[in-house]
Design a protein around this ligand. Structure first.
Ligand SMILES: [Fe+2]
Ligand SMILES: [Fe+2]
Length: 709
């Protein structure tokens, strides 16, 4: 029923053409018509034409009320009447808004015609200005019919355009998603997160409630599909990895083998003639109802299937319930939901998901290749380090332990929220960079003669043996020489007493010399010890040399034999340790060799600093380190951490040939001293001690029992 109010006369007009409420129930959708009538024009033309011409403006959509208000405001002065057909439930609101508009002329009347079951009392008070303007019921019927027609047109157009807009919005979202997938997939490095991302994006695009990813595996020549990742929005379903044969007996297997996309509206409607059959055991076990299914193969650049994306139960209904995020907003909780909210996957998703799947395949393959390259790097680095360390049993495991300590230190720095390291954070890549640099820091030792590393005493064993043999030879030579002297003395035609006296003197002299030789032998053994302390080695060696030089000793060709040469003097005068200056310099050159070797490795750009970090692990803050004599901040933080780790591991080593083992307390106090002397970084040493990093790694880890000698 449609009510018209006649102002002042309380007159009701019943208009038959719109008495069918259902017919014009556009109001329930918020639709209204607003007709502005130019009454001046009306007088000039015949009823139908004049009204057509008089209808100055018709606007329908209630939700575009501002547009109507604008039109009212801008209406020509000749317009005196407005007819608004409004849904009855919106009457009050529309009236208050329209009334608030300043009309162009005082005699501008607004009439309302309400559509709906309710008749407002306010509305009954309203004015049918049209009546006063001379519009009779027939004319009104025409106007109202026109309004209804226009309103219906608007409604249909709007309804249609809403669907089109949703379709367009969805296409735009999918298009954006496809671009973003390319970016996101190329960025994600973690393989598990990558699979989750692929599934998440696939579900988002298609509005799927559930989805799974299978990856192809080859075991003993048999191809399998591994159920790798799965997610169901409506149910928290547990999943375990399992494998199924890659054959046509399963839907995923069929797609993997044939490389065809399957778009099944309802898997329970599959018949015996269909190429695939649905196994409902999962549904039964988990009280789920699989219905629509889109299954796409992931095919790599050489046309091999590397996996399958299986999407289940699309909830993306463009005509109803569209919000662009159906996958993660609509829950399927009961059987009714599965019947009403699940729709077949849109046809266009077949090709779209093929594009997504091929991008995913590339990402997975890239990811595999990157991991393979990383593994190869890792194995190469570890094999290289093992090779160096197997040369020297004393330092075996050193590089691995240094790497462990460096990582522990970097992680401790990451945890700092105050103090000197509060703003420093090592990323995963930087941690890997530090680890590789630490593992390879001593690689240059491979270029150095192993004997130098194994040199536990100032003289190499063969040189010690050599000089001891020479001294024995000297001893015997002197014995023989004096025996000959005594023999010759005995041959002399002397008196017995005189003989005795001379022989005694010779024997005393001989014994003295032989004693000195034995002492010299002992002294050489003592001087050879690198741990000897409180001995003026230079003076001792000088005396030894002088004594031995004073003794004649000839070889079998009767040539003077040199017992103590410069080589022995140079080595036995070593004040600290077992290495002479040349050997020390050679050992120190390992950092340069490390740099030269490590910088030839084609590191990826994110690891470009590895050679520099590795080459600076012997630099000291005060500039006394080697090879460059860098100071303070010239030494990268990573190299300063490594310097501490390197020294600490050497200090606590129990089997270094050139030094006695020391206790943990002694080692800690030595590194503290080094920090006080501005050799090691004090902040790093403090953190090492306060965080007790020294307790967080096994000091005997990675040691090998034997070494290549
Ligand atoms: Fe080193
Ligand atoms: Fe080292």
């Amino acid at each position: 029923m449609l009510y018209m109010n006649n102002f002042g006369r309380k007159h009701f007009l019943e208009v038959p053409i719109i008495n069918n409420f259902e017919d014009i129930c556009l109001g329930s959708l918020g639709i209204m018509s607003c007709i502005i009538i130019d009454t001046a024009l009306k007088e000039k033309v015949s009823i139908s034409r004049k009204l057509d011409a008089a209808i100055h403006y018709i606007y329908s959509p209630y939700d575009e009320l501002p547009g109507i208000l604008h039109s009212l405001h801008a209406a020509p002065e000749s317009c005196h009447a407005v007819l608004c057909i409004v849904p009855s439930e919106a009457y009050e609101e529309v009236k208050s808004i329209v009334d608030s508009v300043t009309m162009p002329a005082n005699n501008f009347y607004v009439s309302y015609v309400c559509v709906g079951n309710t008749c407002h009392s306010n509305m009954m008070q309203d004015v049918l200005a049209l009546y006063n303007e001379g519009i009779n019921p027939n004319e009104f019927e025409f106007i109202a019919g026109k309004a209804k027609f226009i309103a219906q047109q608007h409604f249909e157009f709007k309804n249609l355009s809403r669907q089109h807009i949703h379709q367009l919005e969805d296409t735009q979202r999918d298009f954006d998603a496809l671009i973003n997938i390319g970016k996101a997939l190329s960025i994600e490095k973690n393989p598990d997160r990558l699979l989750k991302l692929i599934l998440h994006l696939s579900k988002t695009i298609t509005g799927a409630d559930a989805g799974s990813i299978y990856l192809v595996e080859e075991v003993n020549g048999n191809k399998l599909l591994r159920f790798k990742h799965s997610h169901t929005f409506s149910k928290d379903l547990p999943y375990e990895e399992f494998t199924i044969p890659m054959d046509k007996n399963s839907i995923a297997g069929y797609v993997a083998v044939t490389q065809q996309v399957l778009n099944i509206p309802d898997v329970y409607q599959l018949g015996p003639d269909d190429p695939v059959a649905f196994n409902s055991s999962f549904d039964k076990a988990h009280n789920y109802r699989s219905k629509s299914m889109l299954v796409v193969p992931m095919i790599n650049h050489i046309n091999k299937t590397i996996g399958v994306i299986q999407l289940i139960n699309s909830k993306e209904d463009i005509e109803n319930n569209y919000n662009g995020n159906e996958a993660y907003s609509i829950k399927l909780s009961c059987e009714e939901d599965f019947n009403t909210k699940v729709v077949p996957f849109q046809k266009r998703y077949e090709s779209l998901m093929e594009a997504v799947a091929s991008q995913a395949a590339i990402a997975i393959e890239n990811n595999r290749m990157i991991r393979q390259i990383q593994q190869q790097f890792e194995e190469f680095v570890r094999a290289s380090v093992t090779a160096i360390e197997s040369r020297d049993v004393a330092t075996s495991g050193h590089s691995f332990r240094v790497a462990d300590v460096c990582l522990k230190m970097a992680q401790a720095i990451n945890e700092e929220t105050t103090g000197p390291f509060a703003t420093i954070t090592f990323t995963d890549t930087e941690l890997k960079e530090l680890e590789y640099a630490a593992l390879l820091h001593d690689f240059g030792k491979v270029y150095i003669d192993t004997a130098i590393f194994l040199k536990s005493h100032k003289l190499y064993p063969k040189d010690l043996e050599n000089i001891l043999l020479k001294l024995e030879y000297l001893y015997r030579y002197q014995q023989l020489k004096y025996a000959m002297t005594i023999f010759n003395e005995m041959k002399k035609d002397n008196e017995f007493d005189k003989h005795l006296e001379n022989v005694n003197a010779i024997e005393m002299e001989r014994d003295d010399i032989l004693h000195k030789i034995l002492e010299a032998r002992q002294k050489v053994i003592e001087l050879n010890n690198p741990m000897v302390k409180e001995m003026d080695v230079e003076k001792e060696v000088k005396n030894l040399y002088a004594m031995l030089e004073s003794l004649d000793c000839c070889d079998v060709e009767n040539q003077k034999m040199e017992i103590f040469n410069d080589y022995y003097i140079k080595n036995l005068t070593i004040r600290r340790g077992s290495l002479n200056d040349d050997e020390r310099r050679e050992i120190e050159s390992h950092v340069v060799h490390t740099y030269n070797f490590v910088s030839k490795i084609p590191w990826p750009p994110e690891f470009a600093r590895i050679p520099e970090i590795a080459a600076k692990h012997h630099e000291k803050l005060d500039g006394t380190g080697y090879p460059y004599g860098l100071k303070g901040d010239e030494i990268p933080l990573q190299a300063r951490i490594m310097a501490l780790a390197d020294i600490f591991d050497a200090l606590i080593a129990t089997d270094r040939p050139y030094k006695p083992p020391i206790t943990l307390e002694q080692a800690l106090s030595i590194i503290k001293e080094e920090a006080l002397k501005n050799k090691l970084d004090k902040d790093i040493v403090d953190l090492f001690i306060t965080k007790k990093i020294y307790e967080q790694f096994d000091r005997n880890a990675y040691r090998t029992k034997t070494a290549v000698q």
